[in-house]
Design a protein around this ligand. Structure first.
Ligand SMILES: Cc1cc2nc3c(=O)[nH]c(=O)nc-3n(C[C@H](O)[C@H](O)[C@H](O)COP(=O)(O)OP(=O)(O)OC[C@H]3O[C@@H](n4cnc5c(N)ncnc54)[C@H](O)[C@@H]3O)c2cc1C
Length: 555
């Protein structure tokens, strides 16, 4: 039987192959293709979005997250196990089979009855638009101090002054046109006016003011404490994801090809020069040649593709039987996400309605651990309880309201790695939340602060019951600490697993233009590059990063 080769494999060599059509991949592909810079192939493991897109379609509905249907079915260990160390020991001892089976370390081998924290649903986006197509459409920038940290990691091109023009280039901020904001970029940014916020959000806002948290009408400027409307990339309740904002207008370009159902298994090298990728196209293994390969597979996908290609910790690669191309121990390390604690309550009848906005107001403030502005607090409103992972629904509450405390700059770090060379093996994701004791202490203080908001008359009168927490549990330091450790969850803001920095940094994977150390013609452009997680959800910063990197690729 003869089979016709897939058209994308029949091209002799693409100028650029971009792996992953998520937030960063959509921007990178659109920007590269808009310049007449040769042919660009964008490969996405997931499916395309329906076009035209119905307003009621889950990918369009910004009132809720999309956690099924357009997602990777990953499970994350919220802590760490000894599994990676087992593999590294095996690699040092001489390769596959040299030591016991992987997964025998602390916490690694207990297959049965694993607690939620060991297999937390970590449903990153698997669709054109990636995370931006399934997320909460919160469009908060990082703070100037975050980029001081990026600079301190040896990336002088990423100071606040140097990133601000790129935030502005991507934004169309209708509320604050002016020198600090863009008003003609592809991404619409809107806030709910105070008089239109939901009664629960209004009560939260008032209580913030009463407790001395000042109004901050524009949370995308400055870095001081304050409360205000959340900037969002949705218009009239419709999510405007990266595919809609950046890719839609480029789809017709003759030099851009989007191929969905294309899961890249590895980068192909001649010595250390990337010459293409191997991908499963609708399940069929295919070789695609390219002069430049850009990995935009996200903070889980990118390190895993690198490891499978022989770029990573040589000890790990040897343990898996993968021939090392470049020994880069930082690949998959420094994984970080924002830990949050959510206190769930049942609203009084008639207060909440499914389909109404779920995030409208946020406050950044000090938890009280020290003077630092270290937590973001806000309500998760109008939430249907079946959409909350791990919600103990014995209580039978169909609708819930959460007050969420998110740690803005966690110190804890996790890792993502392969424990098998099988191209279909799922990555091991260990988020390491709370491995740094200070993170736990800050969250404990933040939870007490959130409790004081919840007990205010404006909120308490609209809520009937609260899950787990009470005045008594909050008064006990031990209970709060143990509660925080057990309830803390990630924000699906995976970042940092291939951090950028100079070659002198042993944990850096790419330079500040995204070029993978020790290789040629191979770049990264996605949230895995973040040297430190921004103090806010990560999408807007990922889009800004891709905009800036695409500019440098074009020069
Ligand atoms: C449920 C959820 C809620 C969130 N809420 C918010 C929010 O409200 N605000 C905010 O700012 N941020 C939010 N985030 C985070 C934000 O969306 C991400 O930080 C951002 O999308 C990361 O962009 P990226 O380009 O690095 O990766 P992604 O957008 O994840 O893109 C990676 C793409 O690569 C594809 N891919 C992966 N591996 C392969 C492979 N081997 N071959 C081919 N394709 C591959 C994936 O399918 C995906 O489409 C949320 C994320 C999730 C998942």
């Amino acid at each position: 039987m003869t089979t016709t080769p897939d058209p994308v494999a029949a091209v002799r060599a693409w100028e650029y192959v971009i792996v992953g059509a998520g937030s960063a991949g959509a921007v990178t592909a659109a920007r590269l293709a808009a310049r007449d810079s040769g042919n660009v192939l964008l490969l996405e493991a997931g499916c395309d979005q329906p076009r035209p897109r119905d307003r009621a379609h889950p990918l369009a509905d910004a009132s809720r997250l999309v956690l099924a249907g357009y997602n990777w079915d990953y499970r994350a260990n919220l802590r760490t196990s000894g599994r990676l160390e087992d593999l590294l020991a095996r690699g040092r001892a001489g390769g596959p089979g040299a030591a016991g089976a992987a997964g025998t370390g602390a916490g690694g081998g207990r297959a049965a009855a694993r607690a939620l924290w060991e297999r937390f649903p970590y449903q990153l986006g698997k669709v054109v638009g990636g995370g931006s197509a399934v997320n909460g459409a919160i469009a908060l920038r990082g703070l100037p101090r975050d980029f001081a940290a990026w600079e301190a990691h040896g990336n002088p091109d990423w100071s606040w002054e140097r990133v601000l023009p790129f935030y502005k280039d991507i934004e169309n901020d209708a509320d604050f046109p002016g020198h600090l904001h863009g008003d003609s970029g592809p991404l619409p940014i809107r806030r709910t006016p105070r008089e239109k916020v939901h009664e629960l959000d209004a009560a939260f806002w008032e209580e913030c003011n009463r407790q001395g948290v000042a109004d901050l009408p524009d949370l995308n400027s400055g870095e001081e404490a304050g409360v205000g409307p959340i900037p969002g990339n949705s218009v009239d309740g419709e999510r405007v994801d990266a595919a809609t904002a950046f890719l839609a207008d480029s789809r017709g370009l003759p030099n851009l090809r989007l191929r969905t159902g294309a899961r890249v298994t590895r980068v192909l090298f001649e010595k250390n020069r990337a010459v293409g990728v191997e991908a499963e196209l609708d399940g069929r293994l295919t070789t695609i040649r390219a002069r430049h390969v850009v990995l935009s597979a996200g903070a889980v996908g990118t390190p895993v593709v690198l490891q499978r290609s022989g770029v990573g910790d040589a000890g790990l690669l040897r343990a898996l039987g993968i021939a090392p191309v470049v020994d880069l121990p930082g690949v998959g390390r420094n994984l970080v996400d924002h830990p949050s604690v959510v206190i769930w309550s049942r609203p009084a009848d008639g207060v909440c309605t499914p389909g109404l906005p779920w995030r409208q107001v946020a406050a950044r403030m000090s938890s009280g651990y020290d003077g630092e502005v270290d937590v973001q607090v806000g309500l998760l409103n109008n939430v249907e309880s079946h959409t909350v992972p791990g919600f103990v629904d014995r209580l039978g509450w169909p609708l819930v309201v959460g007050i969420s405390v998110m740690l803005m700059r966690p110190r804890s770090r996790g890792r993502v790695f392969l424990d098998s060379a099988d191209p279909h093996a799922a990555p091991v994701i260990e988020l390491g939340l709370g491995t740094d004791a200070e993170d736990v202490e800050r969250l404990c203080h933040g939870v007490r602060r959130a409790w004081s908001f919840l007990r205010s008359p404006g909120l308490a009168s609209r809520l009937t019951r609260t899950q787990f927490w009470s005045d008594r549990t909050i008064a006990s330091e031990g209970v709060v600490r143990s509660g925080v450790r057990h309830i803390m969850n990630p924000g699906w803001h995976a970042a940092g697993s291939c951090r950028m920095g100079p070659g002198t940094d042993p944990w850096a994977v790419a330079d500040q233009e995204g070029r993978v150390h020790g290789t040629e013609n191979l770049r990264i452009a996605d949230a895995s590059l973040f040297p430190a997680i921004p103090s806010a959800p990560t999408n807007l910063t990922t889009l800004m990063l891709a905009e800036k990197l695409a500019r440098s690729m074009k020069e």
